[in-house]
Design a protein around this ligand. Structure first.
Ligand code: OAD
Length: 253
């Protein structure tokens, strides 16, 4: 891990990034923190410091009190809709415009896309969508469904089972196509840029290690230490909205 003068580390990391033919960018909740969206594991402000993940992020929790869980996601969805992408989302959208960079996110907030990024791989779903709890195959915009069906939660329009948020809960598989595409991007990248994730939730947390094993240099952007730091080529300590535009500027991207 390169430590020392932050400006020199930023310059060296930028050069490495600038020289890469293929880049994979892995993002977590920290990239949206400066848009006012709470992270999960930050000690005081993180959602899991204040709410129960067993109740709110498992199928058992949902089945035990579907209205409570639906309303919790609805409130988050409304906050997210009122939030704006920050400078990190915007810089990453410009980077991901080219064919050489693939954006992979654990976030369900859609802020990368709202900043203009296309081809975003969403590993954990999207809070704006609902799907059928009975997995009949239906999914659609949660807001539209609520407008059509005032029950809480609304019912699946295809089979009348309960609708649930289309986010991955603990104990559930990641969407296969998203996972396959993320793995493929990690296997060919020369640089893996990891921004704003505590790297504690698997399998997503394993992607940086996969990229490193396939020869990628890992660059971590995070104000706090992460389990990836020891094996990273560069660790940039600071916030995403501050450091990501500076890093991409240093890379000439
Ligand atoms: P966490 O809340 O676990 O970690 C957020 C990370 O962002 C921490 O390492 C913080 O230090 C860092 N951070 C905070 N502010 C930042 C800033 N301004 N700029 C950059 N970094 C900052 O969030 P994730 O790692 O994304 O699952 O969590 C992974 C998954 O766990 C989430 O996708 C979610 C949760 O349960 C689902 O929703 C399915």
């Amino acid at each position: 891990m390169a430590v020392g003068d932050p400006a020199r580390t930023l310059g060296a990391a930028g050069q490495t990034l600038g020289a890469a033919r293929r880049i994979v960018v892995l993002t977590g909740a920290g990239v949206s923190a400066e848009s006012g969206i709470a992270t999960f594991r930050d000690a005081l402000s993180g959602l899991w410091a204040n709410f129960s993940p067993q109740q709110l992020a498992t199928e058992e929790g949902f089945r035990s009190d579907p209205a409570l869980v639906w309303n919790w996601y609805k409130e988050r969805r409304i906050r997210i809709a009122a939030a704006r992408p920050n400078a990190a989302h915007e810089a990453l959208a410009r980077l991901a415009h080219g064919p050489r960079a693939q954006l992979v996110t654990q976030n369900v907030d859609g802020l990368h896309q709202r900043a203009g990024a296309s081809r975003v791989i969403e590993l954990h779903g999207n809070i704006g969508r609902a799907k059928c709890l009975a997995l009949c195959g239906w999914m659609g915009p949660a807001e539209t469904l609520e407008a059509q069906d005032a029950r809480v939660p609304p019912r699946c329009p295809a089979c009348s089972a309960l609708a649930r948020p289309d986010v991955v809960w603990f104990g559930e598989m990641l969407p296969q196509a998203a996972w396959d595409a993320a793995e493929a991007a990690c296997q060919v990248a020369q640089v893996c840029l990891v921004i704003g994730t505590s790297a504690q939730v698997y399998p997503a947390a394993g992607l940086a290690e996969l990229a490193r094993r396939h020869g990628a240099q890992v660059i971590v952007v995070n104000p706090e230490a992460t389990p990836l730091d020891d094996d990273a080529a560069y660790v940039l300590r600071g916030t995403a909205a501050h450091l990501v535009p500076a890093l991409l500027g240093a890379a000439g991207r």
